[in-house]
Write a protein that binds this ligand. Structure first.
Ligand SMILES: NC(=O)c1ccc[n+]([C@@H]2O[C@H](COP(=O)([O-])OP(=O)(O)OC[C@H]3O[C@@H](n4cnc5c(N)ncnc54)[C@H](OP(=O)(O)O)[C@@H]3O)[C@@H](O)[C@H]2O)c1
Length: 324
């Protein structure tokens, strides 16, 4: 099969689309013909091996798994002896630790869900990491109808889903993004847009019930000023931190502790993949309640270009590979 692989950590230049052996499913895994896969910041972390604190898990000197990618959608072609929920011909979506940027992958039952017939393979592939993290962020923030909410990094993979999900719940959403994404976030349901190159998030004096932060590069004191008393800050992530060892990952962990001092509810999302959240997102798309913001589709041989577009730091919505 064809797969996008790498044998060393580095930039998109280390990626090679080449022929490799088909994977064999373990007892608890399904073998899937991948129809679409998606890109996200987590895939970039796996490619670069950064932050270094991840290396004991993903491979100290070189990646343990050569195929890149996590989220996917496709058709089951074979199952392991302990698989009970799926059989050949079933359409599924979710994530895998075995690499999804390939014509075939293997995944355990717990990380996948049935793909509803009204959901395309590209849409299903967009949900695995970004959609589930966004749903968990909206849930952690307890976003409700009538609330005033701000999404920072609103035009990216997670942020675009957060805007849609919050608007769907009836919140009034202010999206913080670059000017190039104004149209995108408005189409997803944002009522107001803050271009962060022109003004800071607290400049208008507006106060929010919930802020979901997908950019992670503003001080807590500033975000506190933009929250109502009793409001919630939900920290998803951010890439703007120097230092190869942790790249600011510790702040994602420590922000909730700081919440005690700023007298606001401060929570971090540690995305959980698979399970009921996939089922819920699939149901919402099938019901017309959610449309993933897929802005560009690439072929498998264009996978390095897809990664270069994400690595620039300003991708719009979800970038997807259409594989077969
Ligand atoms: N906690 C978890 O479980 C979890 C799960 C998934 C992702 N994450 C993390 O969450 C972060 C976002 O992920 P993602 O997949 O959405 O990334 P992404 O698709 O790469 O999008 C990042 C977005 O941030 C925007 N941005 C860049 N600088 C900004 C700034 N100063 N202010 C506001 N927006 C800015 C970019 O576009 P514009 O600048 O053009 O607006 C882009 O749309 C990443 O750090 C990722 O690792 C965490």
């Amino acid at each position: 099969m064809k797969a996008c692989t790498r044998s060393a950590y580095g930039s998109a230049d280390v990626l090679q689309v080449r022929d490799i052996e088909l994977p064999t499913p373990a007892d608890d895994q399904v073998l899937v013909q991948v129809r679409a896969a998606s890109n996200d910041r987590g895939v970039w972390h796996m490619m670069t091996g950064l932050p270094l604190v991840m290396r004991p898990v993903i491979g100290l000197r070189a990646p343990k798994v050569q195929v890149l990618g996590r989220a996917f959608a496709g058709v089951v072609t074979a199952v392991g002896s302990r698989v009970t929920k799926y059989g050949p011909g079933d359409e599924v979506f979710g994530t895998t630790n075995a690499g999804s940027w390939a014509e075939y992958t293997v995944a355990p039952e717990r990380l996948i869900a049935p793909l509803p017939s009204a959901v395309s393979f590209e849409q299903g592939a967009s949900l695995g990491c970004s959609g589930t993290s966004a749903l968990q962020a909206v849930r952690v923030g307890d976003v409700r109808s009538g609330q005033r909410m701000m999404v920072i990094g609103a035009g990216g993979g997670v942020g675009s889903f957060v805007v849609s999900l919050a608007a769907q719940r009836g919140a009034s959403v202010t999206a913080v993004c670059s000017a190039s994404k104004r149209e995108l976030v408005t189409s997803l349901g944002a009522e107001d847009v803050v271009d962060y190159a022109e003004e800071e998030v607290d400049a208008r004096g507006q106060r929010y019930d919930v802020i979901v932060d997908c950019a992670g590069n503003r001080p807590l004191s500033l975000l506190r000023r933009a929250l109502k008393p009793g409001g919630a800050l939900v920290s998803v992530g951010g890439e703007d931190h120097p230092g190869r060892l942790t790249q600011g990952f510790q702040w994602q962990m420590l922000r909730p502790l700081a919440g005690v001092f700023v007298r606001r509810r401060v929570r971090s999302v540690i995305g959980k993949e698979g399970g009921e959240d996939l089922v819920e997102l699939g149901r919402m798309i099938a019901a017309g309640e959610l449309t993933p913001a897929i802005t560009r589709t690439y072929s498998l041989v264009e996978a390095p270009d897809c990664m270069r577009d994400l690595a620039g730091g300003h991708p719009a919505g979800k970038l997807v590979l259409a594989i077969s």
